[in-house]
Design a protein around this ligand. Sequence first.
Ligand SMILES: O=C([O-])CC(=O)C(=O)O
Ligand SMILES: [Mg+2]
Length: 487
Amino acid sequence: MKKFMFLSELFEVNVNLFYKLVTENFPEIAPYIYTPHVGQYCLKLHEVWRPKQALFYSLEDRAHIDEITSNWPRPEVDIVVVTDGGRILGLGDQGCNGIGIPIGKLALYVAGAGSDPRKVLPVQIDAGTNNVALRSHPLYMGLNRPRLQGEEYFQFVADVVSSIHRRWPKALIQFEDFGTDNAFELLRRWQNQMLCFNDDIQGTGAVTLACLMNAARSRGWRDLSQERVVIVGAGSAGLGISDAVCSAMVKQCGMTLEEARSHFYLLDINGLLGTGRSDLTVDQRRYQRTDMRAGMNLAEVVAAVHPSTMIGVTGTANLFTEEILREVCAHCEKPLIMPMSNPTSKAECTLEQALERCHGKCIFASGSPFKDATKDGHTLVGNQCNNMYIFPALGLAACACHATKVTDNMLYAAGMALSAQVTDEQVQRGQLFPSLANMRDISARIVVAVVRQAVEDGVAAMPEGCTNDEQLMQWARSKMWVPDTHH
Ligand SMILES: O=C([O-])CC(=O)C(=O)O
Ligand SMILES: [Mg+2]
């Protein structure tokens, strides 16, 4: 917390110095301005509050939304990250304390891909919170009322988003950490209206696709067709991952969408999404199995399916027990174990637990960072499968080429460009992602792929003077803001 607070004060007084420090020490500092420690900060934010450069739209000020938008002092905005605090990481509803997340994400846009720090805007929508302990705390600064719901809620969000879009029509809007149902509905309503995406659905989907691609390489598979994926948690991340990987299977393995979906087994709090579940949302119904009983628990599903990949997106620590992981390992040569919930305290298992429970035979990737560990001569590499590998580059690319939309293909291209940056030697050792120390190089390559795809999809024009990847790469580099500490 002290390191987090120190960095956030430095940010307020000297942006150049802050970003110089972060860009030059990215792997060490990212966890203090972003996941996992930003989670702790959000939980405590009402007690340690300091003025923030962010816009807050309260339901009580519904009649003054454009005035609030015009309060932002800087004329240009490229990237907006907006939350309503509905589901902050794996920590549930944190109301207005959620603003820590847009601030942290935007710091990574700048540090990781070189968006201009003067042109990023964190936004908190306050439509109430269902976190009763928080909202009745005397220092909580948001509204002390339950969350607004239904059409009235979507209207309020629409008023805010439209107001921002009117003032900055070219800005990219990233929806972050909304509750699952709202997240999917907002994406459906807005993705064809303006330049926007949902990071938890699409960013997480793209980074996990990269992870599975490289896990396949490390297993000597030609493609993803042998995957049997069990996903615990059927919210925005679980469904976003399923959608991204399924569409890759369709593109790469000659499968129909239906065939691809049959490789997925999703569970939620009521067990398997199987036959006879009538409580599913439209998005969950895509993954409802007609060949398996509803409500089977995780142990039963694992025993029946023999998964090659186990993904946890539940926000529940310790779900991948010794019994479960042993059973996975009994039937799979090299299982991929992915406790994706953030922050670290919510991961479905730790790296040490996976190492011990799988006797060193698994590959490991998690949402929050874990250090490599060795036991009985087996080393397990701590891959961080976090959307931070994707969104900074996606944002820079979309803004720099003036894209009018973020297409699904652009996210696919980002995921594939990320996976391609790991060598065969690295994947053999179980390393699935490139080193965070080279974040801006990683981003530059992703930018090239995303811009190419945007042009192909007809949502952007090729930057002038660029005909090959080398020129595009230079162009991408030239668009990156660099901290200047000389004056
Ligand atoms: O913020 C992160 O580290 C990844 C993410 O989007 C989430 O957990 O909601
Ligand atoms: Mg998120």
